[in-house]
Design a protein around this ligand. Structure first.
Ligand code: CAA
Length: 297
């Protein structure tokens, strides 16, 4: 098995920037591809901000931050990822888009390159099929915020080679994460359980069980969750939750995965959560979010 030295990350949004930061901090030469210069600059700024935060908190030396930043190479060209030993894809949850990128990279990269997807709901088999290397294709599902959450779900499809899977598990440990093994089923472990819970909370709100703040309060103070379901949905992105739920509903055809109408309305209105300033809560004052008036009665 070729050793992993050079890491490529496709997409430098919320998840991609976190994954690139981890790889660079762990000492890997890290090449990150975004669609244009504006997104590439935004992505690099996000990584810098996160590294600075680690320095301010005393978790990282200023020298180590500078070294990590020096290992990050932003690009807009897929060709610049050709020498990577592992490519980790973290673009929008759109199978056609992912498959176009993987099919192109399949031709550019050498036969030893491992392909990995950070998908949260699509199956690995559906992406591996777009390439000539289904045996070298795994899922590496990270959690938001990537620098903080310890878990990575490492997913093998029916075609993944056993040695490649072991290498992927070892790679997540070199990034300082704790892996769990999961089979290639939509949502893997965490979203299989978390998504129906969040959707149920929205249905409870639609049915008038309690107010949004009280449901959030109940789940934080009553069960020790760090965020209640509405705060978490705004944090993950209501558009992301909606997309994941749609994919999981298509896979399982069970009502518990069906996106509730209220979630759909929020997405249509552009209330995607924290990142757009509005969701279930209004983040005009980010330190003091106010519940939105959703006119449910
Ligand atoms: N980047 C780096 N560090 C961050 C961070 C970020 N974006 N956000 C918070 N932190 C760090 C802080 O620096 C702080 O570190 P110290 O303890 O060393 O000071 C620590 O995390 C706690 O942060 P705060 O004190 O600011 O705030 P908090 O105590 O409210 O914690 C949180 C914030 C870690 C996000 C916590 O609320 C939490 O764990 N929330 C749940 C997150 C969750 O469930 N994530 C999974 C979502 S599902 C998913 O990602 C998968 C999917 O497919 C949809």
């Amino acid at each position: 098995m070729p050793e992993i030295r050079r890491v490529a990350v496709l997409g430098c949004g919320l998840m991609g920037s976190g994954i690139a930061e981890l790889a660079a901090r762990a000492g890997f030469d890290t090449h990150v591809r975004e669609i244009d210069d504006e997104f590439a600059n935004k992505g690099r700024t996000a990584i810098e901000k996160s590294l600075n935060r680690a320095v301010e908190k005393g978790k990282l030396e200023a020298g180590a931050r500078d070294a990590a930043l020096g290992r990050i190479h932003m690009t807009t060209r897929l060709e610049d990822l050709a020498e990577a030993d592992i490519v980790i894809e973290a673009v929008t949850e759109d199978l056609a888009l992912k498959n176009r990128m993987f099919a192109t990279l399949d031709k550019l990269c050498g036969p030893g390159t491992i392909f990995a997807s950070n998908t949260s709901s699509l199956t690995i088999a559906a992406m591996a099929a777009a390439t000539s290397r289904p045996d070298r294709f795994v899922g590496l599902h990270f959690f938001n915020p990537v620098p903080v959450m310890k878990l990575v779900e490492v997913v093998r499809s029916i075609a993944t080679d056993g040695g490649v899977f072991q290498q992927a598990l070892a790679f997540t440990r070199t990034l300082g994460k704790e892996p769990v093994e999961a089979k290639d089923t939509s949502g893997f472990i965490v979203n299989r359980l978390l998504v129906p819970y969040m959707l149920d909370a929205i249905r409870c709100l639609e049915q008038g069980l309690a107010s949004m703040e009280d449901i959030d309060k109940a789940m934080t103070l009553g069960t020790g969750y760090p965020m209640g379901p509405f705060t978490l949905s705004d944090f993950v992105g209501n558009d992301t939750l909606h997309a994941i739920a749609g994919i999981m509903f298509d896979e399982f055809r069970e009502p518990r995965f069906a996106p509730p109408p209220l979630l759909k309305r929020l997405v249509t209105a552009g209330w995607h959560g924290r990142k757009t300033g509005r969701g279930f809560y209004d983040y005009s004052d980010p330190k003091n979010p106010k519940p939105m008036s959703l006119q449910l009665t």
